[in-house]
Design a protein around this ligand. Sequence first.
Ligand SMILES: Cc1cc2nc3c(=O)[nH]c(=O)nc-3n(C[C@H](O)[C@H](O)[C@H](O)COP(=O)(O)OP(=O)(O)OC[C@H]3O[C@@H](n4cnc5c(N)ncnc54)[C@H](O)[C@@H]3O)c2cc1C
Length: 443
Amino acid sequence: MSEIDVECVVIGGGIAGLTAAYRLREHSVVVLEGSDRLGGRVQSQSRGDYWVNLGAMFVAPEGPLAELAHLPGVDLNHLTGKAILDIKGRKLRANSPFDLMVKAPMPVSARASLARFSLRLGRDSKRMHKKGTEGRAYTDLLDSRSAADVFGVSGDARSIVDALSRSWTSAELDEISGAHGTAYFYLSMGKGSHIDDLTFPTGGSESVIHATAAALGSNVAVQTEAIVRSLRSENGIVHVEYELEGRSVTVRAKQAVVATQAFAARELLSGMPPEYIDALAAVKYGSFLCGGIFTNESGPQVWDDYSFITTPGRRLEAIFNPVSVMRKGPDRRPGGSLSFYAGGNTARHLMDATDEELIATWVPEVAEVLGCSTDIFESHVFQRWPQAVPYWSPGSRSSARVLRKSPTDTIHLAGDYLGYPGMPTASLAGHNAGNSVLTRLSA
Ligand SMILES: Cc1cc2nc3c(=O)[nH]c(=O)nc-3n(C[C@H](O)[C@H](O)[C@H](O)COP(=O)(O)OP(=O)(O)OC[C@H]3O[C@@H](n4cnc5c(N)ncnc54)[C@H](O)[C@@H]3O)c2cc1C
């Protein structure tokens, strides 16, 4: 058995773990990642000039993530193409999530229901954020019911909000708590967010991961395929045991950051106080199924200036044309790439299909929306995320409050489940865990 001594061990090489390591890069750190690549749910693939994202698509340069998104090697762009809503083959332009709702053809009663839903989001979100016991009590009240119940939308309006829930939370509206749904929906659309404000790295979101890993410097060692099996704290020293190529290795560290998904953290922290275990167990995950296609067309296509197409009523939430940013000027290079995905129950129903089955049954829907032949689809890639994005079911969101505090003086948590899930939250949690470690190391 090999043994290593460091100041801090970071378990998990997603954006949360890498942000923690970046914060701690002046100290001796080892990052242990169980899979064969860094990035976790941030994943991209490239072929020549073109790329597809198979995990996170948009990288909002907020908080500590902003610094990483501006590191050398990351080329952050705004969406420049059109945002399109496809309703049964009819293509409408829609530049904000609100537009997507109001432009969908539907009866007046459904439109009124959506307007009430929007107003309610704004009002409830404000009440949840009131300081002190009032905000907390209102959050608990919304948390006790499902988002479907709180939002109270039905008929055509409900199918639009269902589609938004599957697209953003990866879960169904009746699975998520009203508090989770309100905060998540408000963040995504209530502030009047405009689609042109969305930013993404040219070449793929994973470029942020590569750039961060490259910026860690020589004090930080990164080990992939290192599956952590146990973690215990004894006399102020953390002992982490991991498996690497069939060997067992122990790391002794003054401090540890557990930057895995909540379910993996729960396994590793089984000896911790029960309120932490319960809070980690209360974090559920929705599902996404992602696809990518590299195309071989030789000339311009209708979708060249589309950034993405939202496709309600199909087994697809949206199709992205990540390379629309390259389609300026007369030099239209041959080929291209497209990403697409399904969420919630739609993803769960397709999750066990083989790649061949997906190519035969799911991919043709992409061609149908684009109005092209599948003959131009040269190669396909799929990524299944049975546990895609964290959510809280009714009655469980408030249990997460305990997770804001580190479980012990030597072990700190990081991950997107520590706030409203997404890369900015994961990165902020990693940065905060890094700060807690720095405070303890300097004590
Ligand atoms: C399809 C999809 C689309 C998304 N779109 C967006 C988007 O557009 N914008 C956005 O901001 N967010 C998006 N998200 C969410 C975003 O990807 C996540 O919130 C974020 O990447 C989570 O980072 P993390 O570091 O907390 O977790 P992860 O990325 O899951 O990293 C955790 C890491 O821990 C490792 N690990 C687990 N157990 C162990 C163990 N025992 N030993 C060693 N390693 C272990 C895992 O292998 C993993 O690499 C999307 C997510 C998905 C799935």
